[in-house]
Design a protein around this ligand. Structure first.
Ligand SMILES: *Cc1c(COP(=O)(O)O)cnc(C)c1O
Length: 402
C-alpha cells in the first residue's frame, strides 16, 4: 500500500483547491472552478508518465476494466481469455460486459503463460485481458505478438503495476487499452478510482462517452450535449481526482524507494539456495511493490509463511489460500452465484467454471509467497526486518554459508 503510506500535505492542498471552489464535478463550471481541473490534470500527467496518447479517469479499477470492454466493443457472448490468478475484479469486468471468461494457466511470471494462451485460442476468442500481477510484467512482448497474429484485442489490467515497464515501454501501452486502479491498496491511491490509457482516439472517445451516460462533452451546456451512444456512470469526482493527482506526483519517489528496499530483501532471501524468484522478463522494469518467491514445495512454503509470521514479519502473502486472488477460492464464481441472470449462465461457456482445474497454475501457486514492500521503511527498520527474515527462514531452510 505504498501510496497510502504517503498521504500528507500535498493531498490536503489538492483537496482544498477543490473545496475552496466547491466544484466537485469534473466537467463544466469553467467560471467557478478558478482553473482547478483535477481529473483532467491527472489524465494529462498519467498520459505523459505512461507515454500513452490518451488517459481517462474513472471510478475504480473494476470500472476501468469494464470501460475497456465497452470501448473495444466486447460484450454479449464474446470469449475473453483471462488468468486464474488476479484480483477477482478483472473477471467481474468481463462478466458484467456479458462476455464469457476463459481461464488460461499462468507461468512463473505469475501472469498468463504465452504457450498456454496460444493453445487456448479458438475461432470464438475475441480478446485477452492480460493482468500484470503483483507489480511486474508478463511476457508481454510474446503475448502481444500472439494477439496480433490471431487478431485478438489485447487489454492490459495494470491495476497492480503503475510505473512498471518492459524494455523501457510502460505496461498498459502494449495492447489496445490499459486499466489502472487507485483504490486504497494500490501503488498510488485516490481513495477510490481508476483510469484507462490508450493510443487510439476512438477508443478514448468511446470510453469517455460510456463512462458519462453517453455524453459527447461538446460545448459548455451539459444539458444540451449530444448522446451518440447509451452509457452509464463510471465518473470520478474531483475530490478523488485531487488525491490521485498529489499521489501521481509521488510515483517516482515510490518506485525508487520500493526498488531500493526490494533489492536488500532479495539479497537476504538469496542466502537460501532453496528459494527461487519470480521470473521477471525485464527485472529493470519491475515496480518492486512485492518480492515474490518460490519454495521447493507446498509443505515448505506453508512452514515458511508460518515461520515468518511467528518471527514478526508482516505483509506476507500466501496467495494459494487467498480468497480474492486465486480461482480455487472463488466459490461465488465457481457456483455462478449472481443476483441477476448474466449471459455466462445462459450461453454455452468455454469452460465449466464449477469443475475446471488448473494443475499447472496450482503447482506454481502452492509454492508462491510474496512480501509486501513498504516505501516508508527506515534503514534501521529494513535491517531489523532482514534479520527477522533470516532468523525465520533458518528454521525452515538450509542456509548457503553457515
Ligand atoms: C485492484 C484491482 C482491480 C480493481 O480495482 P478497484 O479499484 O478495487 O475496483 C482490478 N484488477 C486488478 C488486477 C486489481 O488488483
Amino acid at each position: 500500500m505504498p501510496g497510502a503510506e504517503l498521504i500528507g500535505a500535498e493531498e490536503r492542498k489538492e483537496i482544498n483547491d477543490v473545496l475552496e471552489t466547491g466544484i466537485l464535478f469534473r466537467y463544466n463550471h469553467e467560471q467557478q472552478r478558478k482553473g482547478h481541473w483535477k481529473a483532467k490534470t491527472f489524465e494529462e500527467e498519467l498520459a505523459k508518465f505512461t507515454g500513452a496518447r490518451y488517459a481517462l479517469m474513472c471510478s475504480s479499477g473494476t470500472t476501468a476494466v469494464a470501460l475497456c470492454m465497452a470501448a473495444c466493443g466486447i460484450g454479449y457472448g464474446d470469449e475473453v481469455i483471462v488468468p486464474p490468478f488476479t484480483y477477482i475484479a478483472t473477471i467481474e469486468g468481463v462478466l458484467l460486459a456479458g462476455a464469457l471468461p476463459k481461464f488460461v494457466d499462468i507461468d512463473e511470471t505469475l501472469c498468463l503463460n504465452p504457450e498456454a494462451l496460444q493453445a487456448a485460442i479458438t475461432p470464438r476468442t475475441k480478446a485477452v485481458v492480460l493482468v500484470h500481477m503483483c507489480g511486474a510484467m508478463a511476457q508481454v512482448d510474446k503475448i502481444a505478438q500472439i494477439c496480433q497474429r490471431h487478431n485478438l484485442i489485447l487489454i492490459e489490467d495494470t491495476a497492480q503495476a503503475l510505473g512498471a515497464s518492459f524494455k523501457g515501454k510502460m505496461l498498459g501501452t502494449f495492447g489496445k487499452m490499459g486499466a489502472f486502479s487507485f483504490d486504497f491498496f494500490k501503488i498510488i491511491t485516490a481513495g477510490e478510482g481508476g483510469a484507462i490509457i490508450t493510443d487510439d482516439q476512438q477508443l478514448y472517445l468511446n470510453a469517455e462517452m460510456f463512462s458519462d451516460h453517453g455524453h459527447d462533452h461538446i460545448g459548455d451546456n451539459r444539458g444540451m450535449e449530444g448522446h451518440p451512444v447509451l452509457g452509464t456512470n463510471f465518473r470520478i469526482s474531483e475530490l478523488h481526482a485531487a488525491v490521485g493527482l498529489a499521489q501521481l506526483r509521488k510515483i517516482d519517489y515510490i518506485l525508487t524507494q520500493q526498488r531500493k528496499h526490494k533489492k536488500k530483501l532479495k539479497e537476504t532471501l538469496a542466502q537460501f539456495p532453496e528459494i527461487t524468484f519470480r521470473y521477471l522478463p525485464d527485472p529493470e522494469g519491475d515496480s518492486a511493490t512485492f518480492l515474490s518467491f518460490f519454495l521447493p514445495n507446498e509443505e515448505i512454503a506453508r512452514r515458511t509463511v508460518k515461520a515468518l509470521a511467528e518471527n514478526g514479519v508482516s505483509g506476507v502473502q500466501y496467495w494459494y489460500d487467498n480468497h480474492f486472488h486465486y480461482i480455487r477460492n472463488w466459490e461465488h464464481l465457481r457456483g455462478m452465484k449472481t443476483l441477476f441472470k448474466i449471459p455466462a449462465q445462459v450461453l454455452p461457456c468455454p469452460q465449466d467454471y464449477a469443475t475446471v482445474a488448473f494443475p499447472a497454475s496450482d503447482a506454481i501457486m502452492q509454492r508462491l509467497t510474496s512480501l509486501l514492500i513498504r516505501v516508508t521503511w527506515t534503514e534501521e527498520e529494513l535491517e531489523a526486518l532482514c534479520q527477522k527474515i533470516t532468523k525465520a527462514l533458518s528454521k525452515v531452510l538450509a542456509k548457503q554459508f553457515v
